[in-house]
Design a protein around this ligand. Structure first.
Ligand code: ZN
Length: 239
């Protein structure tokens, strides 16, 4: 029986590594993205570039890549009132969570993805959520997603597996995993085509990719890249 997965693919660094992970493990892989009125909508364009690059540079993966779809969740932006969907300063809220937190976002993503997977006969859902790099997002945590997997399987009379290959590794190890899966070609795709910056900045190109360089997402990405370089003794010239 062939193994089929649906990857929650945003066009960011983490979900790009997850896509490579799924393509190395499954026979058939489909992708899903969400348009929820995010400020960094440039992500939605980046995800198409990443898919094109995967098809061009990894023929063994191109044959496994199935349908890609973007689901309109503009209502999530309407009800979330946060710094990811509104023009405002990124800071900690009174409850200790960053004001980039979109309440319930990952729960909605997995639930909608499960509905699509149900219809498409895909048994595994793959997401790039991570508990190690502190983001403060409670819906990125292992326990949250395991509980949601159980609730979804009960509610849909299914046996989906929610896989989160990055859950317990940090950003440096995410680069290392990318290198293991797709070598320098994949790291180059991550640097050039994926998007992480909360401000949607794609004018400033750093060694680690595009971004404002100062928002929390850029900081994480930059620090992860620096740590990865130290760990792997990679030189700047190689990239
Ligand atoms: Zn940034």
């Amino acid at each position: 029986m062939s193994k089929k997965a649906l990857v929650l693919f945003s066009g960011g660094q983490d979900s790009t590594v997850c896509l490579a992970w799924a393509l190395s493990k499954f026979d058939h892989v489909e992708t899903i993205g969400f348009d929820y009125g995010q400020r960094h909508r440039v992500e939605l364009e980046c995800r198409l570039s990443v898919l094109d690059q995967f098809k061009d540079q990894f023929p063994q993966w191109a044959s496994k890549l199935g349908e890609d779809r973007v689901i309109d969740l503009s209502w999530l932006g309407q009800i979330s009132d946060c710094a990811l969907t509104e023009e405002r300063q990124i800071e900690l809220s009174a409850n200790g969570l960053p004001n980039t937190f979109v309440p319930g976002r990952n729960l909605v993503f997995f639930l909608i993805s499960s509905a699509i997977a149900y219809r498409r006969g895909l048994d595994t859902l793959v997401g790039g959520m991570c508990q190690t790099d502190f983001s403060g997002y409670p819906d990125c945590r292992e326990d949250t997603l395991k509980a949601l997997q159980v609730a979804t399987n009960l509610g849909m009379a299914s046996s989906f597996r929610f896989e989160t290959p990055l859950m317990w590794i940090d950003k440096a190890d995410t680069y290392a995993l990318g290198n293991t899966l797709g070598g320098t070609a994949l790291l180059n795709i991550i640097q050039e085509y994926t998007h992480t910056c909360y401000m949607g900045d794609r004018k400033q190109r750093h060694e680690w990719g595009y971004g404002c360089g100062t928002c929390p997402a850029c900081e994480l990405r930059k620090n992860g890249w620096e740590k990865y370089k130290l760990q792997s003794n990679q030189t700047l010239e190689n990239y």
